[in-house]
Design a protein around this ligand. Sequence first.
Ligand SMILES: [Zn+2]
Length: 364
Amino acid sequence: MIALGGNPVMNAEKQTRDDKFYFSDGNMTILVSNILFRVHQHVLARDGSTFETMFSAKKDAHEGPDCFKEEGEDDEHPIQLFDDDINQFRDLLWSLYALPQEIAVAMSSKHDAAKLANVACMAHKYNFVTTETWALKGILSCLRDKTVLDPLSTQDLVQITQAASLSQDVHLLDIVRKIWKGSIMEGRDLGATLVATERLGMADLVGLAYHAILLQGRQFWEEDPSLTREQRIRLLSGYLTLAEFCDDLPDNAPSFQHGPSCWDTDECNERWMELWKLINSPDPAYGIGIQALRHHKLDILGRARMAVSIMVAVVSRSFPGRGDYGRTRELVEDFVCSERALDATTAFSRQLQSGMLDFFPEVK
Ligand SMILES: [Zn+2]
């Protein structure tokens, strides 16, 4: 929000001048929080920004007798930007005043994606059209250059997600979602991730974060200081819902439409139900999935991914690769609808991923 009117601001004694963006030859004073910026009107009015409209409106309003100080004229009469974050505003000014060398560094692999995200957010807010596009492009190139050894911090990821959401940049949002998912799978910063994704309204990621925290065990979620009491209650209720779902998993094979060459659909259904049970049984002497990789009993996402892998092997006839799976081998042989069963398994796994939050309903 921008303050209108030329009245002196209150508590002027608490204000300080910004170290970098208070130019003695500037002609426009702006106050954000308690920091005064003295900048050049023509710089802020570039790129079709809303500052341009504001400055021309101000000029029209003040034509005629000079009965009071013009807003922005000096430290006592600054333009006040009430809702802006001080660091985000600084980063916007950085982008408007940057030297060629600074721009080059910003677009290189060493640049700071969070800084560019701040620029994108502010450029969006004040309608610096090409600056916003430039910043979003810079974020993308930064994310491409990020390595496993140098992951983004949760806070940086939050800022980038905010920029992507504001600009409704579908491509960037897609990439950001993948980074969040990877981070959750690695169990990084889970409490803060849950809080942040809830605030950003990304329901699928909130569900994944709840699931990952649940697998860490009760002690973890009781001790994580970032979790609220309500979130802990949701974890507890999710635990119960998920435990029941996981117990029933071997008996609930996802259904599919049989193919045209399937001449005995009842036999095919029975075959599939038995194979599904073998894949998903929690019994190590019996379950193929658990023999391949032992997942936490409630790691429904890991177990579903394992089911997909096994079905991929079934369809590509690379199953069983080794050992003697006896009955499984019989079921896999001549399984006419195996591809349809794989598609149903993949859809089941994806639905679990996107709808995980349904297991953690709000507790009234
Ligand atoms: Zn069939």
